[in-house]
Design a protein around this ligand. Structure first.
Ligand code: ADP
Length: 447
């Protein structure tokens, strides 16, 4: 039995028992009825007071922060306290679980590489992740509730937000002035907006470089083609003497050679960019590499320069022989092409204390002014365009050298003084180098 019937029965039983005890005691004084009534009333009052005290204990607990356990009473009040406490605990757990879900969710958005910004119906900031804060120079706490267009004032962005047509993204300069951002807006909920931002500086730069590159290549190819077209026209229309014809043919050959070198260098660059790094376990003999570079250099110089190769006799390098030959060949080729007859070209290998090494190609040529040095390895960058083209240069040599040396874990360093000469130094890491151990001669057998 439980609930109200049990409580009513227990109360009635208490009153009856009290009345019975009162009647028994009342017999002694000759007034059993009166004593029974008084005792029953006293019993009912005591019962009510006890019940009220138990109810008050539960009320006190409910009015407080419910930090400790609910009053542990037996019976009706006890069960009520237990049920209230359980309902509260279940609610607390559900709230805690929801809170945790929200925290996980926000952490997930926080980890996004994109900036995420939530705006209310009046374009006021509700929340943003730290990437959006960094992109748009916002303070996630301080700027909450601020209208976004008061803080991000780039006119293109403001116009985009106000126009309300969000099919495409919009590109605009970042508030710090150092980057280009792209933003796209999606509507959600009741007039709310989700703004996703992205830093597209690198993408824009790569795109601009690609455009420049295509324009440069087209220009480089168009010039010899125009010259060739002119010669073909001349050959077709004018009766030339044999001497003139020979001259035209030789000039045409020069132009086709130029285009061939250009296409060759472009293919080399494309290959360098599109292939995996050279192997670290394919060991090449440095003296053999240098000998081949020396032979090509001597042939190109045709005795007009003194070429000197020193060091590296005991060295081996792990990498690609075609790439390394191309890099060293380009440096010696440049030194020969730019150094006037009678000049000296020195190629020196030097071990460093950290196990790495340097190959330095030094010439006594015209030298390069300081302001050009940082840009020399850019594609098609030339200090003296006509000298480069006259001597068969494509403007791509040093960018090939830089690529090759970086693919081998090293770097290029250029020093030069106008009027004195230049040094192009390739630094190579210890990881790709080892000293060749000469075979130990077998001990002579006793006769
Ligand atoms: P190019 O095919 O024009 O030689 P590179 O990329 O090899 O192209 O070199 C870029 C520019 O650097 C050259 O046009 C030239 O002006 C300059 N340069 C390279 N090597 C030397 C050098 N040894 N002495 C002087 N100038 C050099």
């Amino acid at each position: 039995m439980s609930g109200m019937p049990a409580r009513a029965l227990a109360a009635a039983a208490t009153v009856v028992v009290c009345a019975g005890v009162g009647a028994a005691l009342g017999l002694a004084i000759g007034a059993p009825t009166a004593a029974a009534i008084v005792a029953a009333a006293a019993g009912a009052a005591a019962l009510a007071a006890w019940d009220a005290a138990r109810g008050q204990a539960l009320m006190d607990w409910l009015r407080g922060p419910q930090a400790g356990p609910a009053p542990r009473e037996a019976g009706w009040w006890g069960e009520m306290a237990y049920r209230i406490e359980r309902a509260l605990r279940l609610r607390d757990t559900a709230i805690e679980q929801e809170g945790q879900r929200l925290r996980d969710f926000l952490e997930g958005i926080e980890a996004s590489p994109n900036g995420v910004l939530l705006l209310d119906g009046s374009d006021q900031i509700e929340w943003c992740n730290s990437t959006a804060a960094e992109h748009l120079q916002l303070d996630p706490e301080r700027d909450r509730g601020q209208r976004i267009t008061n803080l991000v004032r780039a006119p293109v962005f403001v116009a985009y937000l106000q126009a309300g047509r969000f099919d495409d993204s919009v590109a605009f300069p970042a508030p710090n002035g150092r980057a280009t951002l792209s933003a796209v807006v999606r509507r959600y909920g009741d007039g709310m907006k989700l703004v996703l931002s992205q830093d597209i500086t690198e993408r824009e730069r790569a795109e601009a470089m690609r455009r420049d590159f295509v324009a440069n290549v087209s220009h480089e190819i168009r010039t010899p083609l125009t010259v060739l077209a002119g010669f073909i026209e001349t050959l077709a229309q004018l009766p030339l003497t044999e001497v003139e014809r020979q001259r035209v043919m030789s000039l045409m050959t020069q132009q086709t050679d130029r285009m061939q070198s250009l296409v060759g260098d472009l293919l080399t660059l494309a290959q360098l960019e599109g292939s995996p790094r050279p192997p670290v376990d394919r060991w090449l003999s440095v003296p053999e590499l240098l000998q081949r570079v020396q032979a090509d250099g001597l042939a190109l110089s045709g005795g007009r320069h003194t070429l000197e190769f020193t060091g590296g006799d005991d060295a081996e390098i792990a990498g690609s022989d075609t790439e390394l030959l191309s890099a060293l060949g380009n440096l010696v080729n440049n030194a020969v092409r730019y150094t006037p007859a009678g000049g000296r070209i020195n190629v020196a290998w030097r071990w460093r204390d950290d196990g790495g090494a340097e190959i330095a190609v030094t010439d006594t040529g015209p030298g390069i002014a300081r302001e050009h040095l940082p840009r020399l390895t850019e594609r098609f960058y030339r200090v003296d365009g006509s000298r480069s083209r006259e001597t068969g240069g494509t403007g791509l040599g040093l960018s090939i050298v830089k690529h090759v040396v970086q693919r081998h874990g090293g770097e290029i360093d250029i020093t030069s003084e106008v009027g004195k000469g230049s040094t192009f130094k390739l630094a190579l890491p210890a990881l790709r180098l080892r000293r060749h151990v000469a075979a130990i001669p077998a001990p002579a057998l006793p006769a």
